[in-house]
Write a protein that binds this ligand. Sequence first.
Ligand SMILES: Nc1nc2c(c(=O)[nH]1)N[C@H]1C(S)=C(S)[C@@H](COP(=O)(O)OP(=O)(O)OC[C@H]3O[C@@H](n4cnc5c(N)ncnc54)[C@H](O)[C@@H]3O)O[C@H]1N2
Ligand code: MOO
Length: 663
Amino acid sequence: MGGITVSDRKQFRDLATPEAAREAIASLELTGEPESVPLTEARGRVLAERIDAGRDVPGFDRASMDGYAVRARDTFGADEAEPAVLARVGEVHAGEEPDVSVDPGTCVEISTGAVMPDGADAVVMVERTDPADAVGEGDGEGENDSDGDRIAIRTTVAPGDHVMLAGADIAAGARALGPGTRLTPREIGLLSALGVEEVPVRGRPTVGIVSTGDELVRPGEPLSDDRGEIYDVNSYTIASAVEEAGGSAELYPHVGDDYEEMERLLSRAADECDLVVSSGSTSASAVDVIYRVIERRGELLLHGVAVKPGKPMLVGRLDREDGGESAYVGLPGYPVSALTIFRTFLAPALREAAGLPEPETATVSGRLAVEQRHGEGRLRFLPVGLLEAGGDTETVVGDGYPLVYPVDKGSGATTSLVEADGVVAIDPDTDYLDAGERVEVELFSPDVRPPTLLGVGEDDPALNRLLDGLDRPRYLPVGTREGVRRLRDGLPDVAVTAGPVRRSVEAVDLGGWTREWGLVVPRNNPDDVQGLVDLIERELRFRNRTSDAGLRTALEAEIESLADERGIDREEAIDAIDGYGLESRAFESPARAVAGGDADVGLGLRATATELELGFVPIGIQEVRVRANPERTEKPSVARLESALAADDHLLGLDGFDSTGGS
Ligand SMILES: Nc1nc2c(c(=O)[nH]1)N[C@H]1C(S)=C(S)[C@@H](COP(=O)(O)OP(=O)(O)OC[C@H]3O[C@@H](n4cnc5c(N)ncnc54)[C@H](O)[C@@H]3O)O[C@H]1N2
Ligand code: MOO
């Protein structure tokens, strides 16, 4: 640990302003070395220097239509009624050198793209000509008809018609593309026409990514929940964000919470990259010591910024073996914090270094659906979802502003960003925003399109299938009770409930189904579980659902009547169940615990037991209803959901599921 004691821990007393963080990052040198890349790899790169045309394009006078190369003056006065008749003296196709010239009174058949023969100054499109013999009015103008071909020209052309002159596209020596030009397929077209094979481009800043934490495991490797291991998120989000911002990402091995190891790996990354980005170890714990590495092996410019999330970020420089310096930014370990800091502070600087234009930001005005309290004196980036209450084909109902709702599940939840469309920046001085207040949402990118349907409530396998059939729905599995509460607040388009709903809510029933629930047990039910009584009376390891789940409500009701029947106390019955407090959020989780040997009995659905090839002890049938916000039934996505419900396809093959139709 390099002798770090508790008293050395970082204290965040003075937080820098976001402006100071921007300035610190702007002071870093991020630009990569210019390089030369083959034309085939040039797309998206930025020209390092001006490209002048090394030759004329085209390099010769070129026919731009199929027809006859002529001397324009031979066609003067010709029209449909009075054609000029010329002798065809030969032909020339693209890629051939002409072997004839066009003398007065003659023409040469020519293909689009072919070299204009000597003497010719215009092309007559083949559609405006005929074989003269077919015309039957030879007027003797063609003297040379040795090959028998006489062509009637039924139009007058001017010199230059249907001819692209040498250098007309671009002339040798002209300025073709300027430095800083971003190479798209269009610029690559011009470079190809000029015959440029290797393109001088700006170097992409190379960014070394070092994730810290003993708990990190790469996707693809096995994970031990017991040891608190998690899959590494930041290495991958930051690497893809680096590439998106025009940098070139290099993943380094994980480094544990160990000072020497951090020092070694950060120094290596500094030697090899323009910028080193670490994640984790930025905060106040005894193992958060990365700032000491930067202090010792470089220069720490800043630690701690008044933003939320992302407060403990670091900015600095790292010394290199060759005497130079690399830029350094330390991101917090929490994935939402890390990505927010990257997007807000680092991405703009990387783009500039890579020569990419500022990305277009798209801002949408909306109204907050629920009040928002804040008051930490930090600039808050609140992840939010957008919902157009009027749907995807009409304009928004009400006053025309979409609803804005927070989807923040905390800085450690990766779904916080996936379920959001953008962020609202809340000023440090603002500590309260009322529901209905106007806010500006900065979309994550200009092409973000809000969902067409917002649903909340129970999670259920049939519902998942229904959602798959809709266009861009968003569903927040918050459970039945919370779903009903949100529907009452008027936010979602629909709420999906399971089991009886205790508090009434004004809603339009769109339809539903029933599902059989009970106890999921290992295959062939080795413990011979018969029902809930076994859970109470025997030593069986149980896995429950969270109290917001409809299945949990059903279970509680069942335990209550069982307790009544046997004249025991309900609490006593619950206490007797080993693992009653071990709750899972998703409908399959308890069954998965049974499949994995971590539980003997799990609360679940017959369909899940069948799917996972487990045993099942039925307890009851539960009703699932899809309830629409009464003001949104006209919304196209709600109407589509209603007809999908009526079609019943979502129930096919789900064991224990039955249709109940609309009500
Ligand atoms: N006593 C205090 N505790 C904390 C403070 C504070 O001021 N006082 N600040 C909090 C804030 S704010 C943040 S943000 C975090 C920052 O923590 P660290 O940067 O030190 O990061 P870790 O402790 O290593 O990890 C935090 C969290 O994130 C997970 N993590 C880390 N790396 C990854 C990764 N690559 N992929 C996925 N998840 C990752 C890690 O397991 C932890 O759960 O500190 C607060 N604490
Ligand atoms: O600043 Mo931390 O990033 O609040 O979550």
